[in-house]
Ligand binder design. Structure first.
Ligand code: 13P
Length: 337
């Protein structure tokens, strides 16, 4: 790859492989302040910095989390935040042997000229922000753009998503951050699994076309795909074996083996569903590390158990550890329920 600063190439590959290490995956805890507010509202808490800090402190200080979690994606606020005891959150993660990551996209806005679809902002100033995040301890980044099946997807929306991801990936690598490439194909819709498969093939073909055009080093990226499932409102449901078959077929057709890790999002699946599907995908050897980068499917029970009460912190941390361990076993193909 011609554009990556020579000093970073080795480090990028090392970071990507550390995150894609056996039996481990990513804890996505990069909810924007608005999304974090929704989560807090669900347990009756106000969206204050103190409440966000209390929750994030709980998450990062789960004893033993690093056995199952290799990376944690943070929102910008958290990268600069301390725990309630005044320790830097980044330092707590490093002590846990967890690589700190940072969400660098600036969110979705309407895509003019499309069928009510969206595009992802954040390229302006991304190089200097990425350099600052690296200084602050981040070693990988995430950029989430979405593709909607019910609204198209239009050729325009797919091209914009793929091009934006590729520019972001090149800029991240140039500043020492391993880019997680995440075109989320959203679950919403009544379509069947075949339709998701067809859209996913088109999206990933274009993503890799532009990644190559932007001289992105494949050995130094991670992917965050959606699993291939029927739409959320589709009456015909799929078994974990069906989800695994379609998803692995997609990956085999579209993802070069140079990519070290595939870290799935949970996208609204239940906690157990997300674990079973991951486990099904790891029943035979894959060319890449196939693992998790879940937010909701790791945090849901933990958040409910906490309920904002200090006396529930230990039980909530145990709940997170249960999910993390289950997904760790699923990464190894050894989850039995
Ligand atoms: P979910 O696992 O809740 O889909 O979130 C993962 C994520 O970070 C989406 O960008």
């Amino acid at each position: 790859a011609i554009n990556i600063r020579a000093s970073y190439a080795d480090e990028l590959v090392k970071t990507a492989n550390t995150i894609a290490s056996p039996g481990r995956g990513i804890l996505a805890m990069d909810e924007s302040n608005a999304t974090c507010g929704k989560r807090l509202a669900s347990i009756g808490l106000e969206n204050t910095e103190a409440n966000r800090q209390a929750y994030r402190t709980l998450l990062v200080s789960v004893p033993g989390l690093g056995n199952y979690v290799s990376g944690a994606i943070l929102f910008e606020e958290t990268l600069y935040q301390s725990t309630v005891d005044g320790k830097k959150i980044v330092d707590v993660l490093k002590e846990q042997n967890i690589v700190p990551g940072i969400k660098t996209d600036k969110g979705l806005v309407p895509l003019a000229g499309s069928n009510d679809e969206s595009w992802c902002q954040g390229l302006d100033g991304l190089a200097s922000r990425s350099a600052a995040y690296y200084q602050q301890g981040a070693r990988f980044a995430k950029w989430r753009t979405v593709v909607s099946i019910p609204n198209g997807p239009s050729a325009l929306a797919v091209k914009e998503a793929a091009w934006g991801l590729a520019r972001y990936a090149a800029i991240s690598q140039d500043n020492g951050l391993v880019p997680i490439v995440e075109p989320e194909i959203m679950l919403d819709g009544e379509h069947g699994i075949e339709r998701t498969f067809e859209v996913a093939q088109a999206v990933w073909a274009e993503v890799f076309f532009y990644l190559a055009q932007n001289n992105v080093l494949y050995e130094g990226i991670l992917l965050k795909p959606s699993m291939v499932t029927p739409g959320a409102e589709c009456k015909e449901r799929a078994t974990p074996e069906q989800v695994a078959d379609y998803t692995l077929k997609l990956l085999h057709r579209r993802i070069p083996p140079a990519v070290p890790g595939i870290m799935f999002l949970s996208g609204g699946q239940s906690e157990v569903e997300a674990t079973l599907n991951l486990n099904a995908m790891n029943q035979s050897p894959n060319p890449w590390h196939v693992s998790f980068s879940y937010a909701r499917a790791l945090q849901n029970t933990c958040l409910k158990t906490w309920g904002g009460r200090p006396e529930n912190v230990a039980a909530a941390q145990e709940a997170l550890l249960v999910r993390a361990k289950a997904n760790s076993l699923a990464q190894l193909g050894k989850y039995t329920g």
